[in-house]
Design a protein around this ligand. Structure first.
Ligand code: GLN
Length: 463
């Protein structure tokens, strides 16, 4: 394992390593990238390094000062391109900083580049990027997961010390699991979405991806906080929960259709290890947990269809075609959006249409409330809900590309947290016989990231 934020930061602060040397090491690896991790390595790194060095000299350095961090291609950094890995934004340059970038800059982090992703964050493999798939550093014939596959591979392949991803239905945790890294979905509203390209606004959260739980915690502490520029931003409620060492497995998870045998074995081994650490692990009845996926695939496309209406060839981005507005909209959106994006816009338009709104959208909204109440109820008694992060390890490039429903199933365990606005953490839990990383997920009570970090650190010590 190369550097972590915390180990590197100590060396930088002690003067054992210079920021310049550290950064040039990561930049040269990023530039030699053969995994298609980066959409772009930024060209203003020298000036970022100068600013970080000045902070160090001036005594205002933070734990992130001089640390190379990668950002997903849907996060705005003023003066830099951001494209959500879509042709429709091929030449778009951000005109302002997202709040998370503002915070990274203020902390002296070096933002080294933007990472490849599924187009507009729709996908589970980065195969939906308009710029080709990212490869999994553990096995280049496998996907790194998605949609934040570039951000995950960047960390796993030491092309960044840590990174930011976005998670609408699992896009931080699933790639973290596939690449052997740590990924946090923060409580909805605790990290500002200002300057994040919207996918499903009631589900989207920016979060950290890192080598260790401690690093994810450090990065979370810097990017989180109330932001008046995001109307759904929340001032976290204080939660002073103490660990009861009680964990809950939703009934049904163990027998889930499509649960890989080695994933299941790894999960049971982890449960036994936790029991040896003094944990009690109960199966609990959460009857609607398994319906979260269906709910997600109604709510998310509905929001997608509305959010992506702005990409019409006139207001933003590229244009294809000419003539009247209708022709321009049709040609631009038909040509420049990839097939998955178009599929979701159509699905979303359908579930929001007059005849079907009640049958689909309103039902999903009602179920969302039920799922949330079920999770809330269980988390009164338990520290966290525990599941494998994903039903299978990283799959082969091309293996599920023709079957969207198969692909959607990889989100089975991750979507409930997004639907219910709960935080969740994926931590590496070992490897399968082929050497592919596996991960375990903890879903916590709202605003209780602290318990997730504590649990994650226990798992790291078991490994
Ligand atoms: N894989 C899920 C999807 O395709 C999640 C995406 C995400 O979290 N951005 O929608």
């Amino acid at each position: 394992m190369e550097h972590t934020i915390s180990s590197l930061s100590k060396k930088i602060h002690a003067g054992e390593l210079s920021i310049k040397d550290v950064v040039s090491q990561y930049v040269s690896r990023a530039q030699a990238d053969t995994l298609n991790v980066y959409r772009e390595v930024f060209s203003d790194i020298e000036s970022q390094v100068a600013a970080a060095e000045a902070m160090l000299k001036g005594g205002t350095a933070t734990v992130l000062t001089g640390i190379p961090i990668a950002i997903k291609d849907n996060i705005l950094f003023a003066g830099h391109k951001a494209g959500a890995s879509s042709k429709i934004l091929e030449h778009y340059t951000a005109s302002y900083d997202s709040t998370v970038v503002k915070k990274l800059k203020a902390a002296g982090a070096i933002i080294i580049g933007r990472t490849n992703m599924d187009e507009f964050a729709m996908g589970s493999s980065t195969e939906n990027s308009a710029y080709g798939v990212t490869k999994n550093p553990h096995d280049e014939t496998k996907v790194p997961g998605g949609s934040s596959g570039g951000s995950a591979s960047a960390v796993a392949a030491d092309m960044a010390v840590a990174s930011l991803g976005s998670d609408t239905g699992g896009s931080i945790r699933q790639p973290a699991s596939y690449t052997g890294t740590v990924g946090l979905l923060p409580t909805y509203g605790t990290v500002s979405r200002h300057g994040l390209m919207a996918m499903g606004s009631s589900l989207d959260v920016i979060g950290p991806m890192a080598k260790t739980v401690e690093d994810a915690e450090l990065l979370f502490s810097i990017i989180s906080g109330f932001d008046a520029l995001d109307s759904t931003s929340i001032q976290p409620e204080a939660t002073a929960r103490t660990l009861t060492k009680k964990l809950a497995i939703p009934k049904g998870v163990r027998g889930s259709k499509g649960l890989d045998a080695e994933v299941s074995e790894n999960f049971e081994a982890m449960i036994s290890s936790l029991e040896r650490e003094g944990f009690t692990v109960d199966e609990v009845e959460l009857p609607h947990f398994e319906h979260a996926l269906a709910v997600y695939y109604i709510l998310m496309p509905a929001e997608v269809s509305s959010n992506l209406a702005r990409f019409d060839g006139i207001r933003y981005g590229e244009r294809v075609g000419e003539g009247n507005v209708h022709d321009i909209y049709g040609a631009t959106r038909g040509v420049l959006f990839g097939p998955e994006v178009r599929r979701r816009i159509l699905l979303g338009t359908y579930v929001l249409s007059h005849g079907y709104y009640d049958a689909y959208y309103n039902k999903a909204v009602a179920l969302r409330g039920i799922i949330r109440r079920e999770l809330e109820g269980a988390l009164k008694e338990y520290d966290a809900i525990i599941t494998p992060t994903t039903p299978t390890p990283a799959f082969g490039i091309g293996e599920k590309a023709e079957d969207p429903v198969e692909m959607y199933l990889s989100d089975l365990f991750t979507v409930p947290a997004n639907v219910a606005h709960h935080p969740a953490l994926s931590v590496p839990s070992g490897k399968n016989a082929a050497g592919l990383p596996l991960g375990i997920q903890f879903i916590g009570a709202r605003f209780d990231e602290a318990t997730l970090f504590a649990l994650g650190k226990i798992v790291e010590n078991i490994r």
